[in-house]
Design a protein around this ligand. Structure first.
Ligand SMILES: *Cc1c(COP(=O)(O)O)cnc(C)c1O
Length: 386
């Protein structure tokens, strides 16, 4: 840790540790599974799912990733500012009038309607590669599957716009969703066949993301676009598939006690009379900790032992230190991660907050400082705090 990092942490000692070796390993595991022929477009939207888009991109750029994808211009600009020249697919998120800006920054726009296509055509000075998004059933962004063939044929008639890719996105959580996705993938495959038969060549076709990949579903497309899976975050229910062998990239969240002492005499009765000692860490709603369910057995780890959480307020979490006679200001507190033989996982935090794992991460993003570990392979970025 450099000095700036260490002194910054004395000011507010709470941070998240991200393991770039786990990210690289997850990528390699997927690559082994897919073989060398399938292209991998890594999804880095939402600031790399809260892991820091530029750092994630820097790590993946050192591997053989084919393309990066994100939703926001801010993320794309951060990746370019880190010196990464891989092609970047923009999932969509901008108005047609922003197409000129995307092209000027060497980003690949997504189009799904005529307004977007015309804007690319008007803004481009030469050939402008785009990806077409098809809505295969989620009912969100994309040209509706039944209209997709005609739309793509229209695009091939434009003079500057070049259809470099056609993709769809399907995500699901449970077994019903898996069956539905299997059907929708077949329908998308049929579109790809129609395009082939009509002699419309599309270099990149993509349909599988984390849920469909984890569930072992198949597609005739030649690329995949995983997000969750790369970060080791499950996107499906355990009965559909386990996230293993993909490991969490969030290795730990740590803090330090800023107070430890006996419950002061005359304090308001908390209704928990057995509490003799309390501690406080500077980790609260402001840092991205979401409110805990009242019935959750929420705890932290100190010296390999669990300490119950009494409450989370705007900037602090209060702990029951009754069993920690010796705990003192400055002692490390593990909010997530291992300590001795005990472990608190992202799944535990999600359960205690009554939510899913990526919601937990989204709340920490740009609030909790990040410390990166590992990632010597191709890490194009240096420094402590994201
Ligand atoms: C987010 C996103 C992905 C990645 O999804 P995961 O479920 O996280 O793997 C793929 N494609 C599109 C269009 C997306 O928006």
């Amino acid at each position: 840790m450099d000095d700036d990092w260490a002194s910054g942490l004395a000011l507010r000692p709470s941070w998240m540790e991200l393991d770039l070796d786990a990210l690289a390993q997850n990528y390699r595991t997927l690559r082994r599974r897919l073989g060398p022929e399938i292209k991998i477009i890594a999804a880095l939207k939402a600031n790399g799912y809260g892991h820091g888009a530029a750092r994630v991109a820097g790590c993946l750029a050192g591997l053989d990733v084919d393309m990066l994808a994100t939703g926001s211009f801010e993320d794309a600009a951060a990746i370019r500012a880190a010196g990464i020249e891989l092609p970047i697919l923009m999932f969509g998120g901008a108005l047609p009038e922003a197409m000129a800006t995307l092209l000027a920054h060497d980003l690949t726009p997504t189009v799904y309607d005529r307004a977007g296509a015309e804007a690319v055509e008007a803004a481009a000075s030469g050939p402008a590669p785009v990806y077409v998004k098809v809505d295969a059933g989620l009912g969100r962004l994309g040209v509706a599957l039944p209209d997709a063939f005609e739309f793509i044929r229209y695009l091939t008639g434009l003079s500057k716009l070049v259809v470099e890719g056609v993709y769809t996105h399907l995500s699901f959580y449970d077994l019903d969703g898996k069956e539905w996705s299997r059907q929708r993938l077949l329908a998308f495959d049929a579109l790809l066949e129609d395009l082939e038969e009509a002699g419309i060549e599309v270099p990149v076709t993509q349909a599988l993301a984390s849920s469909t990949l984890l569930a072992g579903l198949e597609s005739r497309a030649n690329a995949v676009c995983p997000g969750h899976l790369l970060y080791g975050i499950p996107s499906v229910a355990p009965e559909v598939a386990e996230i293993a062998p993909y490991a969490p990239v969030v290795g730990a969240i740590r803090s330090r006690l800023i107070h430890a002492g006996p419950l002061k005499a005359g304090m308001r009765d908390t209704g928990r009379n057995a509490i003799a000692r309390v501690g406080v860490i500077p980790f609260g709603l402001y840092d991205g900790c979401r409110p805990l369910l009242a019935e959750a057995p929420a705890r932290v780890l100190i010296d390999g032992r669990p300490a119950p959480i009494l409450g989370v307020s705007l900037e602090h979490t209060t702990l029951d230190l009754t069993d920690f006679e010796d705990a003192a200001v400055g002692d490390e507190v593990v909010v997530l991660g291992r300590s001795g033989g005990e472990e608190i996982t992202l799944a535990d935090l999600a359960a205690w907050q009554g939510t899913r794992q990526h919601h937990v991460l989204m709340a920490f993003d740009r609030r909790l400082p990040c410390r990166y570990i590992g990632g010597s392979v191709g890490s194009a970025v240096t420094g402590g705090v994201a």
